[in-house]
Write a protein that binds this ligand. Structure first.
Ligand SMILES: [Zn+2]
Ligand SMILES: [Zn+2]
Length: 48
């Protein structure tokens, strides 16, 4: 289980990718990916 970076929910089905800026692993749920919610990394970087 991981916490979705965008909606903050604990998720089982997630996509994980590195932040384009700092490389930190970011997890995002399927829903947030489908609706293309932006993410905000802990480093402050925002991406699609
Ligand atoms: Zn989400
Ligand atoms: Zn980052």
């Amino acid at each position: 289980m991981k916490r979705c970076i965008t909606c903050g929910k604990m998720i089982k089905d997630f996509a994980e990718f590195p932040c384009a800026d700092c490389g930190t692993k970011i997890a995002r749920c399927k829903h947030c990916r489908e609706v293309k919610n932006p993410y905000k990394c802990e480093c402050g970087f925002k991406g699609p």
